[in-house]
Design a protein around this ligand. Structure first.
Ligand code: AHR
Length: 619
């Protein structure tokens, strides 16, 4: 491999090259990154009519002691359903309540993670015509092990009353539940019951461990909130941002009919923008342009959708005294968010109204916000588009050989038109399982091609990002978690090799290998936070043989090389289909070792089916 390491002969890689794509799929947000422990906190999961679906809430007690139903008596206009609990037993009556009382419990998203010494803020709304005495407890999954408890005693809650309690766990249980119980006869209504750990990233509501995984990727952008989630099977179930902002209690939530689960929308439009800011990533807002999987709005009637999106831009970017900017300011963020990208639709190119609707969006957005870059769903890599755009969206899901060979997809793409945004790529199905080494290696090969073509590809992100192991709607994914554990799949680790590339210098490098070898390589120079330069040479051996590698580096003075701190990091495993798991989270993970000698000639042996990165500090 010949590398010309003189920066002058290289080319700057776009600052935005590698980022992430967050979709509300696989309970990535609800029951995932969003730390809310209660699932279906407003009892709305069945929609606005009664009886509503209170799942996963369950009843403690039997028909002789308690009757639970739903009605539309909530104090919140946009989510009228409340839980009505009629207690038939009483400590002091003839129908004595069972020990511990009767009531309801919520197991969260396949069990709540409650940890000893940590604090949990429980908020709930209560109404009753009698005085109340209600125990609020975090318990083990069968209700027996009390982890934390407090009582709400109130003489007058005849109007809806908000109650806040701080619970501190005295023990750990990863499969806990929240209970609301009483031994007092009467009728009590509950609504909007939330339990949040106090310990979230910067108090912004993001689960620390999952946020940490995202931060590790050093994403330069975050595309959100989908994917198909943005479109919906039907428009009535699409993501509508206005229903996801403001006080959490007032958000109606919605049923995502593509991935088939309810979300209370704690992670709403504001929180996505906050997440981007916290990650130091550019937000890329994917908007619905009046098209779902099964229905479409005619271009002649698209105005309300268009206005909704212009309002969303004012919400993000407007002055704090503008109509929508003031709503953002009231949510605690007076400064505008740095939103510079809008993707019009998801995978909608070719649909009947896409072009017409897209053009309306494009011109309206450009007129109101000339600095915003618009992304089209239509692939411009092989043809000239019939509409103006800054970027074209490009998705790849295929087998490993195809993805590996797609390293050359952009070699011949037009250099004069819009730039490419590979917003979803992954090996899937048989070659990937739930996250194989094989998939990661093929993707690494593809990304080396992306790096080499980064004069035309400005952004790339893997998909999907997260999966809650209890709800695998789509395999594979980059990050797997349950209530308390998390691991990266080989594709996660693969992406980490690229996290320094954004904003780096792509060097000229030439690989001389025999034609049957399955090798691909790139070389970059990047600066770390101390402003020190590093040379990183990445090489994928997609073949099944050992490869004797000679690297010859030109363009640097001999004194530039430093053996101290020069490393080789290898991602491989004994079996191509090896995966990580909660039991073996690091079965396929990078292994770093020191390079004994770093100078202009490096010799090494690449293992079969491996990804290697050589990292050399340069002075
Ligand atoms: O990443 C999963 C899905 O794949 C996305 O929602 C969609 O855009 C694509 O079809």
């Amino acid at each position: 491999l010949f590398v010309n390491a003189s920066e002058a002969s290289g080319r700057k890689i776009p600052d935005t090259l590698f980022g992430i794509f967050f979709e509300e799929i696989n309970h990535a947000g609800a029951g995932g990154l969003w730390a809310e422990l209660v699932s279906n906190r407003g009892f709305e999961a069945g929609g606005p009519n009664t009886p509503s679906n209170i799942d996963p809430w369950s009843i403690i007690g039997d028909d002789s002691s308690v009757i639970v139903s739903t009605d539309r008596s909530s104090c919140f206009d946009r989510n009228k359903i409340a839980l009505r609990m009629e207690v038939l037993c009483d400590t002091y009556g003839t129908n004595v309540c069972p020990d511990g009382g009767v009531g309801v419990y919520n197991p969260g998203f396949w069990g709540m993670n409650v940890e000893q010494g940590k604090q949990y803020k429980v908020v709930l709304y209560i109404r009753s015509l009698q005085s109340v005495n209600i125990s609020v407890s975090l318990t083990g999954s069968n209700g027996f092990q009390t982890l934390a408890t407090a009582n709400i005693v109130a003489a007058d809650v005849s109007n809806w009353t908000k109650t806040e309690i701080l619970l501190e766990a005295k023990e750990t249980n990863h499969n806990a539940r929240l209970q609301l119980t009483t031994s007092r006869k009467g009728v009590v209504w509950f609504d909007q019951v939330s339990a949040m750990p106090l310990d979230t990233y910067k108090g912004h509501g993001f689960r620390n461990d999952l946020f940490g995984m995202l931060a590790d990727l050093k994403p330069r952008f975050i595309r959100f909130p989908g994917g198909c989630f943005v479109e919906g099977e039907w428009l009535r179930n699409a993501f509508r941002w206005k229903e996801t902002i403001g006080p959490w209690e007032e958000r109606p939530g919605h049923f995502g009919d593509v991935w088939l689960y309810w979300t209370d929308e704690g992670l709403g439009y504001f929180e996505f923008l906050q997440l981007a800011e916290d990650l130091g990533a550019d937000p890329i807002w994917v908007v619905n342009n009046g098209i779902s999987h099964n229905d479409e709005v005619d271009t002649s009637s698209i105005f309300p959708f268009l206005q909704e999106i212009l309002d969303s831009l004012e919400f993000a970017k407007g002055a704090p005294d503008s109509a929508w900017g003031s709503v953002r300011a009231a949510m605690g963020h007076p400064e505008p968010f740095d939103l510079r990208y809008v993707a019009v639709g998801n995978e909608d190119c070719g649909k009947k109204n896409y072009r017409g609707n897209y053009l309306k969006f494009y011109y309206a957005i450009k007129q109101a916000y000339p600095d915003i870059k618009v992304i089209s769903n239509c692939d411009g890599s092989t043809r000239q588009l019939d509409h103006p755009t800054d970027f074209y969206d490009f998705h790849i899901y295929s087998d490993a050989n195809t993805v590996f060979s797609m390293a050359h997809t952009f070699d011949h793409a037009s250099r004069s038109g819009p730039k490419a945004f590979v917003s979803e790529y992954a090996v899937w199905k048989q070659d990937a399982g739930t996250g194989s080494l094989l998939a990661a290696l093929a993707e690494a090969g593809f990304l080396i091609g992306v790096e080499r073509n980064s004069d035309v590809v400005e952004m790339a992100s893997y998909a999907p990002l997260f999966v809650n192991a209890n709800d695998r709607r789509w395999n594979p994914d980059a990050i797997v978690f349950n209530s308390y554990q998390v691991y990266g799949t080989p594709s996660f680790w693969m992406q980490r090799f690229f996290s320094e590339s954004s904003g780096g210098i792509l060097l000229n490098s030439t690989l001389q290998a025999n034609s049957s070898s399955l090798l691909i390589a790139s070389a970059i120079i990047w600066k770390n936070s101390d402003n020190k330069n590093y040379l990183r040479i990445k090489i994928v051996n997609f073949g099944s043989n050992f490869v004797n590698l000679k690297i010859s580096i030109d363009g640097l003075k001999p004194s530039s090389f430093q053996s101290l701190g020069s490393t080789r990091t290898v991602l491989t495993s004994s079996n191509l289909m090896d995966e990580n798991s909660f039991k073996e989270p690091n079965k396929v993970a990078p292994i770093k070792s020191l390079l004994e000698k770093a100078d202009k000639n490096i010799e090494d042996v690449l293992p079969p089916h491996s990804f290697t990165s050589f990292d050399l500090p340069i002075v």
